[in-house]
Design a protein around this ligand. Structure first.
Ligand SMILES: N[C@@H](CCC(=O)N[C@@H](CS)C(=O)NCC(=O)O)C(=O)O
Length: 211
């Protein structure tokens, strides 16, 4: 059985979507990051970076295995099941390329933009400007890619789409309204959001954890 430590945020939902897509049985342990539960000793033992998501797979090849960092978890689950990540060749590296692009670019930049636009008391204009410009640039890069191919890795839905979906959906609902110029015109992202968002596994994964 897999135990998923998660919360109601885009990074956690990448993993619940993946588990739902794969149909793997799992139990959910909510970690309320608003109440600092990510600093409990039980959680830090498997996720020393004090961030969700993390998993423990009791049935891993060499015995129970804990993994933190959503990208590492997506690759692990894909390789465990031989699904949603090609085993070799160009499609594999396209999927990894866009998965790492999300981890290092889209997620952190949209996260910082969300913080400085909404939760920061002072909303420093330089920070808002910096993260708006970079988020708009990243969304432009993604829109161009999705104008060339149905999915981020190419013809097939993969972990790259799962990695990017929850963050882009959050940007669509939050940034598009608060900062329409940052969202801009993104017809290909909007087409992809509709296609990916219609998947039943994505809808189930986006509703985890139930709190
Ligand atoms: N690079 C990490 C980012 C994880 C992350 O930022 N998690 C946030 C919630 S979305 C968190 O747990 N924050 C709690 C904290 O910073 O104390 C991943 O992809 O797993």
């Amino acid at each position: 059985m897999i135990t998923l430590y998660t919360w109601t945020t885009p990074n956690g939902r990448k993993v619940s979507i993946m588990l739902e897509e794969l149909g793997l049985p799992y139990v959910v342990k909510p970690v309320d990051i608003g109440k600092d539960e990510q600093f409990s000793s039980e959680f830090l033992a498997i996720a020393p970076n004090n961030k969700i998501p993390a998993i423990i797979d009791d049935e891993a090849e060499d015995g129970p295995l804990s993994i933190f960092e959503s990208g590492a978890i997506l690759v692990y689950l894909a390789e465990k099941t031989d699904r949603l990540l090609a085993p070799s060749g160009a499609e594999r590296y396209k999927a990894l390329e866009w998965t790492f692009w999300q981890m290092g670019g889209l997620g952190p930049m949209l996260g910082q933009l969300g913080f400085f636009m909404t939760r920061s008391k002072d909303k420093p204009p330089e920070a808002v400007e910096r993260f708006s410009t970079e988020s708009a640039r990243l969304l432009g890069v993604m829109d161009k890619r999705l104008s060339e191919a149905p999915y981020l890795a190419g013809d097939d839905y993969s972990i790259a789409d799962i990695a990017c979906y929850a963050w882009t959906q959050a940007a669509f609902t939050m940034i598009r309204q608060a900062a329409p110029a940052v969202w801009g015109e993104r017809p290909s992202i909007e087409r992809w959001l509709k296609t990916v968002g219609a998947r039943p596994a994505v809808q189930r994964g986006m509703a985890v954890p139930k709190v």
